[in-house]
Ligand binder design. Sequence first.
Ligand code: ZN
Length: 322
Amino acid sequence: MENVVIGVDLGGTTTTLGAVTRSGEIRWRQTFDTRSAADFPAYIRQLSREIEAGRDQMGGEVVGIGVGAPAGNNRYGTVQAANLNWGGRVNFVEALSQHYDIPVSLDNDANATALGEMLFGAARSFRHFVLITLGTGLGSGIVVNGEVVSGSDGLAGEMGHICVDIDGRDCACGRKGCLETYVSANGLKRTVFHFLSQRTAPSVLREYSYNALTARQISEAATAGDPVALEAFDYTGRVLGLKLADAVAHTSPEAIILFGGLAGAGQLLMEPTARYLKQYMLFLYNPDIPLLPSALPHSDAAVLGAAALAWQKVEKTAHSLT
Ligand SMILES: [Zn+2]
């Protein structure tokens, strides 16, 4: 029987878990409502019950558990559960370790996705790479020597809040000009409205109110040749290419991987990002560094990322015992 780990994707509304083999096959899946537990101890009991109920269908011994969570901290094993009735920061790893005598590890979702790409996806042949997740915001995981860089306090690798323009757009973090105010679904929308005010070109995007416009509609307009939508994608790729060129100067990665809904815009974003990355790259570095789309199936990426955390911990633990 092939061993499995449990990958847990802790979301604000739904928790998804799966039993995953070392080759990335998902043997069993389950979901439950994260908010159905009255408090954090009740949540941990429910999670354990779900795992026990699935044991017979996993087809192997469970040898580790990995958890991917927004605001998860690898250094301390904690989750800052702002939207849940858990009383602020909780020590998830400690709580789960009281139920299971196997390695338990936890990290934020971008870092988990980076490890998922390394074990099961586009980064399988790399030990030095940067992963960018593009959704409503921008997340990142930086991998050096096959390890996610977590820094002194577990908070390293927050590229969403590196600065593009010190007098730039207001960010939800309270500062100005952060990368995710330009490069994200919301950033793209802000760019479209900027160009709509600057250009006289006809554009279908003029028919939308700010709150009604979505990144998907911008993608569709760009695909149909809309000049404002195309300029917005070009600008988004320019800002991202610039900051990725800066990122290369920090860790000299072998590749950069783009993951998430906005990366699903495909060549609309990849092409300008690759072009500007090459243009802005310091001469010392490989100007043709691969810029790759994620190779994880989108609906399973979070569980696979969490499972990758577990497999890495399991293998390190085994290594330290020999
Ligand atoms: Zn910010």
